[in-house]
Design a protein around this ligand. Structure first.
Ligand code: HBI
Ligand code: FE
Length: 298
């Protein structure tokens, strides 16, 4: 998922979110790599070059080395089979193609089986900075590099397993916030300083800078129960980023039983995306100026 979601049309003309009924029960399709047009490969090239220049020094070392090990082509959309060869050997993951967003239980089942479902289509050249649905640039460039990290790879599988369980318990919104504030929009306090690891940030030219450089957002130490209670923004930059200290912190999360935490947050009021609490370990207290200006203009 991405920070900039707007209703719109996919390249096949279906409205976002109403993809036609799939042929296969797991919603996978062939990537159809041979069918990409020169213009579509060109969009990857533009996005790739922009991000590859911006990310060093901003994203964590693990992300940079994941990119290098995957040897993404710079000038065309990657072939998922090549990516899966590398992933399978290193962490037992695969990339499979899907038409776009898939139902929650389908998504979880893929992750629980170490398959990452990636949108096969790419955004249009005139829409480089907005996304209605996760496309191949967000899903592959943003998500796949960290799947080469064993701790992160296990965390993603655990999320898939936990998702199926959270659905049964009726607490999926709480778990989805954990995914959002880690996998999609997480920051990490690396030895060299504050760095990006979330795919929604790493695949976004504008949010890469906002998340690290802007005085506007809060940056708060990650806390599981706190994050489970915190609403998020899907249509704009985040008002708050939650910061982990290491990928081992995520690995430990994948080992704890969320059951008691769900119990503890049940019936408690939600926090707004920009709230700062007495109990927070605040790393940067944001000015909130970016979202305040937007609200004023609205
Ligand atoms: N489908 N393709 C795709 N990608 C996602 O990130 C995704 C999805 N379906 C459901 C979903 N994410 C989330 O709503 C769950 O993590 C809760
Ligand atoms: Fe995503």
């Amino acid at each position: 998922m991405t920070g900039n979601t707007k209703p719109g049309k996919t390249k096949h003309g279906a409205a976002a979110g109403e993809t036609a009924r799939p042929e296969r029960a797991d919603w996978t399709i062939d990537q159809g790599w041979d069918s990409y047009t020169a213009e579509e490969h060109g969009v990857w090239k533009t996005l790739y070059e922009r991000q590859a220049k911006l990310l060093p020094g901003r994203t964590c070392q693990e992300f940079v080395s994941g990119m290098a090990d995957l040897a993404f082509p710079t000038d065309r959309i990657p072939d998922f089979r090549r990516l899966s060869d590398v992933l399978m050997q290193r962490t037992g993951w695969q990339v499979v193609a899907v038409p776009g967003l898939v139902p929650d239980e389908v998504f979880f089942d893929h992750l629980a089986n170490r398959r990452f479902p990636a949108g096969h289509f790419i955004r249009k050249p005139e829409e480089l900075d907005y996304l209605e649905e996760p496309d191949v640039f967000h899903d592959v460039f943003g998500h796949v590099p960290l799947l080469l990290q064993p701790a992160f790879a296990d965390y993603m599988q655990a999320y898939g397993e936990g998702g199926l369980r959270a659905q049964k318990l009726g607490v999926l919104p709480n778990l989805a916030r954990v995914y959002w504030y880690t996998v999609e929009f997480g920051l990490i306090r690396a030895p060299e300083g504050m760095r990006i690891y979330g795919a929604g940030i790493a695949s976004s030219f504008t949010e890469t800078r906002f998340s690290l450089d802007s005085p506007s957002p809060n940056r708060i130490r990650f806390d599981l129960a706190r994050v489970m209670r915190t609403q998020y923004r899907i249509d704009d930059f985040q008002e708050t980023y939650f910061v982990i200290d290491s990928f081992d912190e995520l690995l430990r999360l994948s080992e704890v039983d969320f059951g008691p935490v769900y119990e503890a947050v049940k019936g408690q009021p939600d926090h707004d995306p920009g709230d700062v609490l007495e109990s927070d370990e605040v790393l940067t207290r944001g000015t909130g100026e970016y979202h305040a200006a937007k609200r004023q203009a609205a």
